[in-house]
Design a protein around this ligand. Structure first.
Ligand code: S3P
Length: 427
């Protein structure tokens, strides 16, 4: 679907409620299915990725039903059951990598498949540590489909070169059912939703710096309320900062420090951002974010331990940096090439078409601001939800119209995106 967007004459003004966090929604379904008993998940994500997880756990025998569009009821006997068909993870890397850790230690075999994009994403990063634990996994040379032959697993002490929450979570989930303890160490701290939610549900889990240790544990059922997704809020944070006359209040945003890197970056760039009314919801920090148009944004360097704290926000941060005065450098972000598309090549190839001065590097990009976004081009989202939404944000300040090919892929994480944007345009 081709979406057309052209520069706004007035600002984005008003209040919006940011929909549920995708990472936490996945984990809420998975961990509640492993716990014996009943619970309610409030504010479950409406994105297609989380729906893939939900359907897979139904296939694995958990009784899961919607009581309304955002509320899910789970009733589990605490065990998973042999699926009668292969498990289709759609576009979702989180679903695939986390359930692999869960399935590797079951007493049945299972097969995981996915769409075209997911089938190009590397799975060796999980197959390697799981194999050290005794897992028996066949793959298509490190890619989907995965054939997982359930086995008894043994705990390991694993040092990862990647700061990846998906790999970390996969190993920790395998560790829940393995004999002995499992310790996972990462170079920088990646998002810690797995650690927080496992702790909330009573698992034996301990964090020491960048190491996490889990011992075999039974989980208890407990209601979970999912906070809003800061990765979704990111599009509105950038839109508000770069669109003249804007003033946006985003309510119910997750502010977990391992996810909130974009807020630090906006502060470094001198953006007008304020955090108010902080609280804790089901073990996660949350609050409201207010952003206002900022004329003189400064450039910055984004690298090292910044990266895992804002990995999904880098495409829209590139759009933000294009409106700052000077050179912004993003490095150590090579894993962006392994996301729903190669987000380095795709972003650079499309943003230059509309007049943004951005150069590709092996591990990131360099943006020379301030660029006049001239528009008058059709950008290919490469069927990548975050690219589609980032291009839309660029379109808000474009001189001429921008077309976005594949805009329907926003349904993967944020089906409400355009409706919320349109609400702010009419105030
Ligand atoms: C996620 C972790 C990140 C992120 C993805 C969701 C998660 O991936 O890009 O969108 O929920 O654990 P990596 O951990 O592989 O960087």
């Amino acid at each position: 679907m081709l979406k057309k967007i052209s520069g706004l004459k007035k600002g984005l003004i008003g209040e919006i409620i940011i929909p549920a966090d995708k990472s936490i929604s996945h984990r809420a379904i998975m961990f509640s299915s492993l716990a014996k008993g009943s619970c309610i998940i409030n504010n479950f994500s409406g994105g297609a990725d989380c729906r893939s997880t939900l359907e897979i756990f139904k296939e694995l025998g958990t009784d899961i039903s919607y009581t309304d569009s955002k509320t899910v009821k789970i009733n589990s006997d605490g065990k998973l059951h042999k699926p009668s068909a292969s498990l289709y993870a759609g576009n979702s890397g989180t679903t695939t990598r986390l359930i692999s850790g869960i399935l590797a230690g079951q007493n049945f075999d299972s097969v995981i498949t996915g769409d075209e994009s997911l089938s190009k994403r590397p799975m060796k990063r999980i197959i390697t540590p799981l194999s050290f634990m005794g897992a028996d996994i066949e793959s298509n040379d490190g890619y989907l489909p995965l054939v997982i032959h359930g086995k008894e697993l043994t705990g390991i002490n694993y040092e990862s070169k990647l700061a990846s929450a998906q790999v970390k979570s996969c190993v920790l989930l395998a560790g829940l059912k393995a004999s002995g303890k499992t310790t996972y160490t990462e170079p920088y701290r990646s998002r810690n939703h797995t650690e927080l939610l496992l702790d909330y549900l009573g698992a034996d889990i301990k964090v020491d710096g960048t190491s996490v240790t889990v011992c075999p544990s039974e989980l208890s059922s407990k209601d979970i309320t999912v906070v809003g997704d800061i990765s979704s809020a990111a599009f509105f944070i950038v839109a508000g900062l770069i669109t003249p006359k804007s003033d946006i209040l985003m309510k119910n945003v997750g502010l977990n420090p391992t996810r909130a890197g974009i807020i630090d970056i906006v502060n470094r760039m001198g953006g007008d951002i304020e955090i108010v009314d902080k609280n804790i919801i089901s073990g996660e920090e949350a609050g409201n974010i207010r952003v206002r148009y900022t004329e003189n944004l400064k450039p910055c360097v984004i690298e090292g331990n910044d990266i895992p704290r804002l990995i999904d926000e880098l495409p829209v941060i590139a759009v933000l940096a294009s409106q700052a005065e000077g050179q912004t450098v993003i490095k150590n972000a090579e894993d962006l090439r392994n996301k729903e598309s190669d987000r380095i090549t795709s972003l650079v190839s499309e943003l230059v078409k509309i007049g943004i001065d951005i150069e590709e590097r092996t591990d990131g990009f360099v943006i020379h601001g301030k660029s006049k976004i001239k528009g008058d081009a059709i950008l290919d989202s490469k069927n990548d939800h975050r690219l589609a939404m980032s291009f839309y944000v660029a379109g808000l300040v474009s001189e001429q119209e921008i077309g976005i090919e594949g805009f329907e892929w926003t349904k993967i994480s944020f089906p409400e995106f355009e409706e919320l944007m349109l609400n702010l345009m009419t105030n």
